[in-house]
Design a protein around this ligand. Structure first.
Ligand SMILES: Cc1cc2nc3c(=O)[nH]c(=O)nc-3n(C[C@H](O)[C@H](O)[C@H](O)COP(=O)(O)O)c2cc1C
Length: 305
């Protein structure tokens, strides 16, 4: 068995697989269930300062090639996360927890950072990259070099915990954006958030499939884009990255690590392989290591020039 342990921003993960934000990460019990099924760590659904309503159903649909969602970042707000989710998860805490936070202003990011700093979480992930709330909030901060840096600074000012920034693929130069966040103290990155937004039509009904009309694209179709984005971010900053986007199996995860991923995030995989998929991906990574004479995953991180 290869050594699959990973140190990420000073936090130890038993294996590199991490639940991506927004998928199953709504309650402490579902987060714990993901760890029971093999994940090395979990990310919460993105948390707002106050309750935020999402979009109307249907909010998601899938095909063998891609998945599209317009959940719209529904969330009960920071109060509930602080009083229920984190204390409950931390009773017999099974693995590191990454708290994803989201805001529509820099001042809200500051207030969120103050509050989350008091919570028992290992890493803070700043979501500046959701593409399916543009009607409400306009272009995400993650589409601008200046706004990405400002959001990073707003959070870093109020916490000593490791802060990673979740980046958008919907930009012309993701390396430049990552570098601007690194300048303001980002400790690492998670990439990518969903692509788009995209749109799909029910041709029998002559209506858009999603009530919101458009939604973020995830799953296998976006993997080559995610691989290139992780590569660019790692090249630009050399900071640790949770490589996310279209990973379904152990070989996908190994590919992500070769371009600079230290951890590997999975969301849509759960819709294709079930929550048991985490354990299967870990076993597939281990099999690959054995076949290829890799004794420690550190040997492959960022090996692609
Ligand atoms: C149903 C659904 C909900 C999501 N909600 C969030 C969210 O709340 N915050 C966030 O940062 N990303 C969210 N994402 C994006 C995922 O975390 C991930 O970045 C993206 O789906 C690409 O990875 P994947 O192909 O493994 O799903 C969501 C994705 C899906 C499919």
């Amino acid at each position: 068995m290869a050594n699959l342990n990973i140190d990420f921003c000073g936090v130890r993960f038993e294996n590199p697989t991490v639940l991506a934000s927004g998928v199953l990460g709504v309650t402490a019990s579902s987060l714990k269930n993901v760890v029971k099924n093999g994940a090395g760590g979990v990310t919460t659904k993105s948390i707002w300062l106050e309750e935020h309503k999402g979009h109307k159903n249907p909010t998601m649909f899938g095909t063998p090639h891609f998945f599209m969602n317009a959940v719209g970042l529904s969330d009960a707000g920071m109060g509930k996360a602080k009083d229920e989710t984190f204390p409950e998860y931390n009773k017999d805490k099974p693995a590191p927890i990454i708290a994803s936070i989201v805001a529509s202003s820099f001042s809200d990011f500051e207030r969120l950072a103050e509050q989350i700093n008091e919570c028992d979480v290992d890493i803070i992930e700043i979501n500046i990259s959701c593409p399916n709330v543009e009607d409400e909030f306009g272009k995400p901060f993650g589409c601008s070099v200046v706004d990405s840096a400002k959001a990073t600074q707003a959070v870093k000012k109020h916490t000593d915990k490791p802060v990673i920034v979740k980046l958008s693929p919907n930009v012309s130069n993701i390396g430049e954006i990552a570098a601007s966040c690194a300048d303001k103290g980002a400790d690492g990155f998670c990439a990518i958030n969903t692509l788009g937004p995209g749109m799909a039509v029910n041709i029998e009904m002559r209506t858009p499939i999603l009530t919101n009309r458009v939604g973020g694209i995830s799953g296998p179709a976006i993997k080559p884009l995610a691989v290139r984005c992780v590569y660019d971010i790692y090249k630009a900053t050399k900071l640790p990255v949770i490589a996310t986007g279209g990973v379904l199996n152990g070989e996908d995860a190994i590919e992500m690590m070769m371009v600079g991923g230290r951890l590997v995030g999975m969301g849509t995989m759960v819709y294709y392989r079930g929550v048991e998929g985490f354990q299967k991906v870990v076993e597939e990574m281990d099999d690959w290591c054995e076949k290829n004479g890799v004794k420690d995953l550190e040997e492959i991180i960022g090996v692609i020039d």
